[in-house]
Design a protein around this ligand. Structure first.
Ligand code: FPP
Length: 247
């Protein structure tokens, strides 16, 4: 039986988040520089978006650049930014034709000007699409996001627009960059690293994790389907007992 035939189409996650990891190690294995790994990773991004859309996943979040990634050698950071600008320019029409909306999370004001402009154009062009929302996490870190939310709430309290009694989970979520996006049911990380690395810390409270040894540039439909099958084999209890879920 093919992997596709094993998928339960009544139990497709609404939101899948991916930590794309292993570009550098994969490139090294090939005797190439790190940037070659990132460039090759774009094909995995394309493949993943295509499969997500085909399966009817509504939100796909990709961790493309973390706040910590600025500490990499300048050449690599510049290369990644150029790759991003180029990829967005190349893909925006195809995203749009396929009904895909692009949004970003993270502090994009720190990105190079041409990158900010490219992203703003792509967000605007695709804003009415409803098939799939592609969420690119760029200059993102979850602790930054949580602190930003906290600061905004503190200002609202200072200005007497809110009282501390009104602060609850629901209100807090509305101050995060992921407001209006459901929490991911599944988080995938490639390259054999079993860490969360400051990604969506608030949102993954009940998320299932799938770790694979595959390096990101090798990640294709087969690996994505395996991750979803792994998810579908689990029972999500949200703190309840099994009988309560089945009943
Ligand atoms: C992690 O591999 C990957 C990144 C930091 C960047 C991911 C970027 C892309 C796949 C390309 C562009 C993306 C889009 C959305 C067009 P790593 O460098 O940490 O690998 P390593 O752990 O082996 O060193």
């Amino acid at each position: 039986m093919s992997l596709e035939a094993k998928i339960d189409y009544t139990n497709i996650p609404k939101h899948i988040a991916v930590i794309m990891d292993g570009n550098g190690r994969w490139a090294k294995q090939q005797g190439q520089d790190r940037l070659f790994g990132h460039t090759s990773g774009v094909e995995s991004v394309r493949s993943t978006i295509k499969v997500a859309r085909e399966l009817g996943i509504k939100f796909l979040t990709l961790y493309a650049f973390s706040t910590e990634n600025w500490n990499r050698p300048k050449e690599e950071v510049d290369g990644l930014m150029d790759l991003l600008v180029q990829s967005i320019a190349n893909e925006v029409d195809e995203l749009n034709e396929n009904g895909i909306r692009l949004i970003t999370i993270g502090d994009d004001t720190q990105l190079p000007r041409n990158c900010q402009e490219g992203l703003a154009g792509a967000r605007e062009k695709t804003k009415d699409n409803t098939e799939l929302t592609l969420v690119l996490a760029l200059n993102y870190s979850a602790r930054w996001e949580i602190m930003e939310g906290l600061k905004k709430i503190a200002v609202e309290i200072e200005n007497k627009n809110l009282t501390s009694e009104q602060v609850n989970e629901q209100l807090f979520e509305s101050y995060l960059s992921t407001k209006n996006i459901p929490d991911p049911e599944l988080l995938i990380r490639t390259s054999g690293e079993n860490r969360v690395s400051n990604f969506l810390l608030w949102q993954i409270a009940y998320t299932e994790f799938h770790f694979t040894d595959i390096f990101w540039p090798e990640f294709r439909k087969e690996h994505f389907l395996k991750a979803i099958l792994d998810y579908q084999a689990r029972e999500r209890r949200f703190g309840l007992v099994s009988e309560q879920i089945q009943g």
